[in-house]
Design a protein around this ligand. Structure first.
Ligand SMILES: Cc1cc2nc3c(=O)[nH]c(=O)nc-3n(C[C@H](O)[C@H](O)[C@H](O)COP(=O)(O)OP(=O)(O)OC[C@H]3O[C@@H](n4cnc5c(N)ncnc54)[C@H](O)[C@@H]3O)c2cc1C
Length: 423
C-alpha cells in the first residue's frame, strides 16, 4: 500500500475530509472549513526521513506518512488542532534536519517542514512563505521565523549593522532546531547559550493553541520549549537579542601538550566574563588524537605553508589540545597581546588569522563546501555531546581522550568547550 493510501485510510478513520488532488498532494478539510495540503511527494518523504546523522547502517529509513509545508503559524496551529482533536498520527517539526537518529522525524506521522522549502509548494503553486526576519534596531532584537536558518538571520541583521550575540559553530541550522537544544558555541561563557538570548517566543502547543511566552508571560511553557527537543510545542517565532555587529576578528589557535595546563587556561579565560573586562569574545578548543586530524575540517585553519610538526611538540600520551580564541577588534590589538601573555601554551604553536566577523561566524560552511566537493559531507555522523563537571575532567582525559580515543587513533572532531555553570 502506498504512503498516500495509508494516510488516506488513517485520516478517513479520523473523520477528516480528505481529497487526493494528485499522486503527491492530499487536500484536507478539518471540518471547520480550514483547508490545508499535505505532500506525499517521494522527494519530500525522503528528505523528511533522513538527517545529518545518516546512522541507519543500511536499514531502509522510516518514512513519515506525509509532509506539511506551512506558510504561517496559523497553518501549523490548524494542523495540530486537527491532529489533537481527531486523534491524527504524530506530528513533528523539522528545521534543517541536522540532528541525528531521526530526532526530527515521526514514523507514519506528519513532518512539519519548517524551512523555507514551503515556497516551492507540494502542488507546485508558489505561495508567500513564512515571515522574513524583522529587526527592531532601537530595541536591539530580531523576530525570526522558527524555520529560518541562522545564516539568514545574520544576513538580515547585518543590513542594520546588528548581529545576534550567541552562536553555534555552524549557521545552516534553524532557529527552532538550535533553540530546541541549547545552541552552544565559544560565546556561551559570556552570553550564555542561544536559549539564554531569547526574549520571547510564539509557540504552537500540542493542542494547537498559539501562545506567546517569555520570562514574564507563560513562563513554564517558555522554559519547557527552550531546550525541549520539540516535545513541548513548535516554535514559530523567536525574539532574539542582538548587538552592534563587530567588524574584524582576530582568530588564534595555540597548542598544549599538557591537559591540566590547557584546562587551567580555558577556565581562566571563561572566568573573564561580563562587561568592562578585557576578555576574548569566543573561547573553545579541541583535542587532537591523530596527526591526520590536523588536516580535517576543524583544522583546515592551519596553513599548508606553516605545517604543524606534531611529533616535534612532545605530546603527552600522543594527544594534543588546541585552545581556540577570538577577539573582535577595530584598530588596536594591544588587549589581545595582554590576554595572550596570561596563557601557558607551547610557544612555537601560535596560529593567527585576521578576518571579517561574518567570515569567522560562517567558517564551517566553507569547510562544508570543500567536503561536499569530495563527497565527504553526506556520510554517517555518529555524534555525542556530554557535559563533564570540572571535578571529573582530568579523569575524562585519561579514560577517554588518551585512553579510548588515543589508543584507537580516532579521526573526527572532538570539541571541548569550557562553560560557566552560571550561564
Ligand atoms: C555541522 C554541525 C555543526 C553543529 N554545531 C553546533 C554547535 O556549535 N553548537 C550546538 O549547540 N549545536 C551544534 N550542532 C547541532 C545542532 O544545533 C542541532 O542538531 C540542531 O537541532 C540542528 O538544527 P536543525 O534546524 O537542523 O534541527 P532539526 O534536526 O531539524 O531538529 C532538531 C530537533 O528540534 C526540533 N525542532 C526543529 N524545529 C523546531 C521548531 N521550530 N520548534 C520546536 N522544535 C523544533 C525537532 O523536532 C528535533 O527534535 C551542529 C550540527 C551540525 C550538523
Amino acid at each position: 500500500m502506498s504512503a498516500a493510501n495509508k494516510l488516506l485510510l488513517v485520516v478517513m478513520c479520523c473523520r477528516l475530509i480528505v481529497t487526493v488532488v494528485g499522486p503527491t498532494v492530499l487536500d484536507f478539510n478539518d471540518g471547520n472549513n480550514n483547508d490545508f495540503q499535505l505532500s506525499t511527494n517521494p522527494s519530500d518523504l525522503a528528505r523528511a526521513s533522513s538527517d545529518f546523522g545518516m546512522l541507519r547502517g543500511g536499514v531502509a529509513p522510516v518514512e513519515p506518512a506525509a509532509v506539511f509545508h506551512p506558510t504561517s503559524d496559523r497553518d501549523i496551529a490548524q494542523l495540530i488542532r486537527a491532529a489533537y482533536q481527531q486523534g491524527f498520527p504524530a506530528v513533528s517539526a523539522r528545521g534543517h534536519g541536522h540532528s541525528i537518529n531521526g530526532q526530527a522525524n515521526t514514523a507514519g506521522g506528519v513532518v512539519i517542514e519548517m524551512s523555507r522549502l514551503a515556497e516551492g509548494h507540494a502542488d507546485g503553486v508558489r505561495r508567500e512563505g513564512p515571515p522574513r526576519p524583522r529587526i527592531a534596531e532601537e530595541m536591539r532584537y530580531v523576530d525570526a521565523w522558527g524555520g529560518e536558518l541562522w545564516i539568514d538571520v545574520l544576513r538580515a541583521c547585518l543590513e542594520h549593522g546588528l548581529a545576534p550575540r550567541s552562536w553555534t559553530d555552524y549557521l545552516y541550522l534553524s532557529v527552532g532546531g538550535t533553540l530546541s537544544n541549547a545552541g552552544i558555541s565559544g560565546q556561551a561563557f559570556n552570553h550564555g547559550p542561544q536559549i539564554s538570548n531569547v526574549h520571547e517566543l510564539d509557540v504552537v502547543t500540542g493542542k494547537g493553541e498559539m501562545v506567546k511566552c517569555s520570562e514574564e508571560e507563560n513562563q513554564e511553557l517558555f522554559h519547557a520549549v527552550l531546550g525541549g527537543l520539540g516535545q513541548f510545542g513548535i516554535i514559530t517565532r523567536a525574539r532574539i537579542a542582538v548587538e552592534p555587529a563587530p567588524q574584524r576578528v582576530r582568530w588564534i589557535r595555540v597548542l598544549y601538550s599538557n591537559f591540566s595546563t590547557f584546562t587551567r587556561d580555558q577556565e581562566h579565560l571563561i572566568s573573564l566574563h561580563g562587561d568592562g573586562r578585557n576578555k576574548f569574545d569566543y573561547v573553545e578548543g579541541f583535542v587532537i588524537v591523530d596527526e591526520g586530524l590536523i588536516n580535517n575540517w576543524r583544522s583546515s585553519f592551519f596553513s599548508p605553508r606553516n605545517p604543524v610538526k606534531i611529533s616535534s611538540l612532545g605530546t603527552d600520551g600522543g594527544v594534543l589540545y588546541c585552545l581556540e580564541v577570538t577577539k573582535n577588534y577595530r584598530e588596536s590589538t594591544a588587549e589581545i597581546e595582554a590576554l595572550m601573555k596570561e596563557l601557558d601554551f607551547i610557544p612555537a604553536s601560535v596560529f593567527t588569522t585576521d578576518l571579517p566577523y561574518v567570515d569567522f561566524l560562517d567558517r564551517v560552511h566553507k569547510v562544508e563546501l570543500k567536503l561536499r566537493a569530495k563527497n565527504l559531507w553526506e556520510v554517517p555522523h555518529p555524534w555525542l555531546n556530554l557535559f563533564v563537571p570540572k571535578s571529573r575532567i582530568d579523569d575524562f582525559d585519561k579514560g577517554v581522550f588518551k585512553g579510548i580515543l588515543g589508543n584507537n587513533r580516532t579521526s573526527g572532531p572532538i570539541l571541548i568547550y569550557p562553560m560557566n555553570k552560571s550561564k
